[in-house]
Design a protein around this ligand. Structure first.
Ligand SMILES: Cc1cc2nc3c(=O)[nH]c(=O)nc-3n(C[C@H](O)[C@H](O)[C@H](O)COP(=O)(O)OP(=O)(O)OC[C@H]3O[C@@H](n4cnc5c(N)ncnc54)[C@H](O)[C@@H]3O)c2cc1C
Length: 386
């Protein structure tokens, strides 16, 4: 088949790009290897903090309104603790004039809502299950053969196929990856005391622990820690793990009870020399992977999808969607956000991982100093809100 735009990967980022191109007048093909997980009623262990900008994007796609509001929790405040037991920094949505700093949502819920939209999208051909096996790029077309037997020739081929992107490798994109030698342990807990929609983050000697509020008296944790420490946490009995997490979180929410089995994800920093090659573009984790300490990976990816859709919508009617100068415009729009997020997340990770004398004092002093500077805090919140 011939199409205007083909997207590899219908994760949150690829699927949102497809939905954002519904009214573009372009024909689309979307290749995906696996369907979203079925709803089980249990709380998903993959939880995301969506920024207000991401929520506005999903709302415009008709996805936000389709989610079950009983499974979404706003973050009204965020409290960050340094590793000396005293320093702290607090952000408040109210002080920044926002309804919420972020919204906590289950990955599966959003994936399923996007998938339902894709299945009935008139300008889209969903190839599922399908994985590309070969790529050929010519002057006017990029062509794929899939393991399902289909062949797709597109004016523009977009890789939204995640951190281990096939298209990034097959397309010859230059990329740098640096493992953090850490894993993020995630799990959900019922808590004894109400969280009051406050997210907590603890910078600790053994890593960074975040408590994200879920509806009701529940929290989801992300504990980024060394590989041996993560393995030790995963091997604990449920009660022991709950005790360790409660203690690491200074028992701010009282006793915890594990409600979903823990899982762990290896962490790395990944960047590409360019998001573009002739006829090819990368978005989402295929183009950039950042440390989850700021909960911004998918927010960055939604920013890519929104910007690429807007760039394609603004082109001359009937013109080539894979035109190089058009795509360069998209890359320029995204460059600053991606660089800033990489710099902030990697910098904070190094700052709180450093063991040199004086650095501990400096980072904790920095937290308190920022806390006493309302103008800096408001500017940080506005930036994170997108
Ligand atoms: C522990 C942890 C916590 C996080 N918390 C947050 C958070 O709170 N907020 C936030 O913004 N971000 C967070 N992130 C980052 C977030 O998970 C990623 O940025 C996001 O999932 C990237 O989405 P994506 O669609 O680009 O890639 P993926 O989610 O990896 O999706 C890729 C899709 O492509 C498909 N695919 C892959 N290869 C192929 C192929 N060869 N052929 C066909 N299909 C293929 C896959 O099946 C999948 O559907 C967190 C990350 C971690 C590890």
């Amino acid at each position: 088949m011939q199409t205007d735009v083909a997207i590899v990967g219908a994760g949150l980022v690829g699927a949102s790009l497809a939905r954002a191109l519904e009214a573009s007048g372009l024909n689309l093909a979307l290749l995906e290897a696996s369907a979203p997980p079925a709803r089980t009623g249990a709380w998903d262990e993959r939880i995301y903090a969506f920024s207000p900008a991401s929520v506005a994007f999903l709302d415009a796609l008709g996805v936000w309104g389709a989610l079950d509001s009983e499974r979404i929790c706003p973050v009204r405040k965020m409290r960050i603790y340094g590793d000396n037991g005293r320093s702290r920094l607090e952000f408040s949505a109210y002080a920044a004039g926002l309804d919420a700093l972020a919204w906590i949502v289950e990955s599966g819920e959003v994936q399923r809502a996007l998938w339902r939209g894709i299945e009935r999208q008139a300008n889209l051909k969903l190839l599922f299950p399908a994985r590309p096996v070969s790529l050929e790029v010519g002057e006017h077309w990029a062509s794929l053969a899939a393991d399902s037997g289909e062949e797709v020739a597109a004016r523009l081929l977009v890789g939204a196929d995640g951190a281990a992107s096939w298209l990034r490798k097959a397309g010859g994109f230059g990329a740098r990856s640096r493992p953090y030698r850490q894993q993020a342990v995630v799990a959900n807990f019922a808590c004894e005391r109400p969280h009051r929609s406050v997210a907590l983050q603890f910078f600790r000697g053994d890593g960074i622990l975040a408590y994200l509020p879920l509806p009701g008296n529940r929290v989801s944790i992300v504990w980024s820690t060394s590989e041996p420490n993560a393995e030790e946490l995963l091997a604990l009995a449920p009660g022991e793990l709950a005790g360790r997490v409660a203690e690491a979180g200074r028992e701010q929410l009282g006793q915890l009870e594990l409600i979903t089995a823990p899982a762990a994800f290896p962490l790395a920093l990944l960047s590409v020399n360019s998001m573009l090659r002739p006829r090819l573009a990368l978005i989402g984790d295929a183009a950039h992977v950042v440390h989850p300490l700021a909960g911004q990976g998918v927010n960055l990816g939604f920013g890519d999808a929104r910007a690429l859709a807007a760039t394609l919508a603004a082109r001359r009617p009937g013109s080539d969607p894979g035109e190089w100068l058009l795509l360069r415009r998209f890359e320029r729009v995204r460059a600053e956000d991606i660089l800033a997020m990489r710099w902030v997340t990697d910098g904070l990770q190094r700052l709180f991982g450093a063991r040199w004398p004086g650095v501990a004092w400096l980072r904790n002093f920095g937290l308190n100093l920022t806390d006493s500077a309302p103008v800096i805090k408001a500017s940080l919140v506005r930036h994170a809100a997108g």
